[in-house]
Write a new protein. Structure first.
Lengths: 329, 357
């Protein structure tokens, strides 16, 4: 590590650098999906890669989610390392048969003869006034499924580093990229590379309350923590990073210090990932708790278009602050 | 009355993306006459069909006795399709099959002992007792299941073929599915994608006229399935799926065209399921007379009759085939009954791959 050399970049560019790096390192890697080539990716993640790697490895597909996700599974079975891009999580439902019935299942159903080293990337989340068929946060659903790994990169380092590790994984990995993060700017080590995809991390230390989140709500949670600090409450913010398998140990250890927990999750509250984390806390840290666990989730409505309604439906810093006050108070 | 198998024909639809590698006159009628097949080869095909038939009859017996459970979908009546197509493939080719796949697995060479043990849910089963009748796998023979979502195997076959094409491996992926799959979105997505990318897939539609209990006339507004496939710009034609030689010939031609860069091909193999859809089916949806009519074209009886007429199959020959098959089946049952089960401690094995870290 050279240490101090950094580059200014965005989440989108970090993701593109990760794809380029993977394509250069391993000729089994290729990218396919809707408009990943000539258009440059619907969120411009793959812009320029067609010219660099050609149409065999940057493959535009028809609007056939089930066919091209399943084709990724078949190619992975045959020894390739496909990256499949799905435009948004809502569209991934058209490929749910392949993701659940094949990718997640083939290894077990074949008695261990098969494994599916496939990476599927997709956009998730709201905040851009895209209404009810482009904005949901269904990564918690996917985290329900044994046989797959579910990642939620929330930082530039993870956008740059999770892909390569995911491609080295022998099993299917789903990467959920929150749509509000693509334009996020910052600095990244010039030699940034692969990162671990098994552990949660503490993004901000604090002694008074543990706030657990991931993906698109990490930024809002950190903003809330700064405001709370101004009022004398130090929140420890944990970024789950990997939604399946969940790293219980990191948040349990934090709760053993803070004795209070708030979970922030952009998914709908009922049956959410937040519900799973809350249950694990109750099962494994019940006697550590000084207050009931609080959850800040999305309102249980299809995502509305109007800005004020969308904002009201989503977790916001003020709601996180209010939840923290309830558990600390 | 049922639509009778028609003579093979070239799809009237031209290839939308015709390429020079497409062999001229694609269609079985264009195959050069190669003379009558060797009698020994015909007896071998007969033996394979008998093997499937008797294996499944034994499965019925074992199911009735409560020794095997789950869904068991019988292939009886359709044996000529698996045997004929497999005869046209090489060990390097890949197969993706359906939940009615005992026949495909057995003729592919998946050991009968491991198939029977899988029916028993034993550790020695080809899927370690985790798959059962609907999920037979044998990767060493490039047999990729055993897929029980109608249409769900097609995308996987497209992907296997995509990898072969990207690497330049001259391999064919034979993908079996039924007439019911033609109503699924995945069918249309996959034919379009395979044709768009000129992938080496041999689509083998086993049209047994029923999607479980719904007849093809009640599920397809255009029941000419080869015509449907032809609209995706690939050579497609119907084949008499009760005649193993017709299947072998058509599949041989199609597989060769696929292997030599001709892009995907489609065979509508017109066949008939003599038994119920599964062990739970009282067959309320079809006439017994229709079943009896189709049994007159039993693929085993037809081939045996042809061999006998040519003086190439004696009673002793047939008894010898039956005897060997019965002995293999009995041995597989004995082995399966004695085989160990997977320990419950290993319940969650094979969900994720073993990791070094």
């Amino acid at each position: 590590m050279s240490g101090n050399d950094t580059v200014k970049t965005t989440y989108r560019e970090a993701m593109r650098a990760a794809i380029r790096d993977a394509m250069q390192r391993d000729d089994r890697v290729f990218l396919m999906g809707e408009d990943v080539g000539a258009y440059g990716g619907c969120f411009a993640v793959s812009l320029g890669l067609l010219a660099e790697f050609g149409p065999e490895r940057i493959r535009d597909t028809p609007l056939s989610e089930s066919a091209f996700v399943g084709a990724g599974i078949g190619a992975a079975l045959a020894g390739m390392r496909p990256i499949v891009e799905i435009m948004t999580v809502n569209f991934s439902l058209l490929a749910l048969d392949q993701i659940l019935n094949n990718a997640a299942t083939l290894q077990h159903m074949s008695g261990g003869q098969l494994n599916v080293p496939l990476v599927i990337r997709m956009t998730t989340g709201a905040g851009r006034q895209l209404a009810a068929q482009h904005s949901h946060s269904l990564e918690g659903w996917y985290a329900h499924i044994p046989g797959i790994r579910v990642l939620a990169p929330a930082t530039l380092e993870d956008a740059r580093g999770m892909l390569w590790t995911a491609l080295e994984d022998p099993d299917p990995v789903l990467i959920f990229e929150h749509g509000s993060l693509y334009n996020m700017q910052g600095t990244l080590a010039a030699d940034a590379g692969a990162v671990d995809i098994s552990s949660a991390v503490i993004r901000r230390p604090g002694a008074d309350v543990t706030v657990i989140t991931y993906g698109g709500t990490l930024g809002k949670t950190l903003s809330a923590a700064e405001e709370l600090a101004a009022g004398g409450i130090e929140a420890e913010v944990i970024d789950l990073r990997t939604l399946r398998p969940l790293d219980d140990a990191t948040f349990l250890a934090s709760i053993a210090r803070t004795h209070r927990a708030v979970i922030v999750d952009e998914g709908w509250r009922s049956g959410s990932l937040a519900a799973e984390v809350s249950a694990r806390i109750m099962e494994q840290a019940f006697f550590e708790l000084d207050a009931p666990v609080e959850r800040v989730c999305s309102a249980e409505v299809p995502m509305p278009y109007a800005r004020h309604l969308e904002e009201a439906a989503l977790p916001q810093p003020e709601r996180i602050i209010a939840a923290v006050h309830r558990v600390v108070g | 009355m049922t639509r009778q198998p028609v003579a093979p024909r070239r799809s009237s639809a031209p290839r939308a993306r015709a390429k020079s590698a497409t062999p001229a006159g694609a269609g079985p009628q264009a195959v050069a006459h190669v003379g009558d097949p060797e009698p020994a080869h015909l007896r071998d095909l007969l033996g394979q069909m008998v093997l499937i038939r008797r294996f499944e009859e034994k499965c019925v017996e074992l199911y009735s006795a409560g020794e095997i459970r789950g869904f068991v979908h019988l292939y009886i009546g359709e044996e000529a399709v698996a045997v004929g197509v497999n005869a046209a493939l090489t060990p390097e080719d890949s197969i993706v099959s359906t939940y009615r796949e005992h026949g495909h697995a057995l003729v592919r060479g998946v050991p009968m002992d491991s198939v029977m043990a899988e029916m028993y849910g034993r550790a020695t089963g080809c899927s370690g007792g985790r798959g059962g009748s609907m999920h037979l796998f044998d990767v060493s023979r490039r047999f990729y299941g055993g897929n029980a979502i109608v249409g769900g195997g097609l995308p996987v076959a497209v992907g296997l073929a995509l990898a072969d094409r990207m690497r330049g491996d001259p391999r064919v992926t034979a993908c079996f599915f039924g007439d019911g799959a033609v109503a699924e979105g995945e069918f249309h997505e996959c034919l379009n994608l395979a044709a768009m990318w000129d992938l080496p897939v041999l689509f083998c539609c086993e049209n047994n006229r029923y999607a479980m209990g719904t007849s093809v006339e009640h599920e397809q507004v255009q029941p000419d399935l080869a015509l449907r496939a032809g609209s995706y710009g690939m050579p497609a034609w119907p084949v008499d799926g009760m005649d193993v030689l017709a299947v072998e010939k058509a599949a041989g031609h199609a597989a060769e065209a696929v292997r030599s860069g001709g892009g995907p091909h489609f065979l509508e193999l017109q066949t008939y399921r003599f038994r119920a859809h599964s062990m739970y089916d009282p067959e309320l949806y079809r006439d017994k007379a229709e079943v009896e009519h189709w049994k007159e074209r039993d693929p085993i009886t037809m081939l045996a009759g042809r061999l006998r007429a040519a003086g190439e199959l004696s009673d002793d020959d047939l008894a010898s085939i039956e005897g060997k098959v019965a002995a293999r089946i009995d041995a597989s049952v004995t082995a399966a009954r004695a085989a160990p089960v997977e320990p419950v401690e290993d319940l969650t094995r094979y969900v994720y791959s073993p990791r070094s870290s």
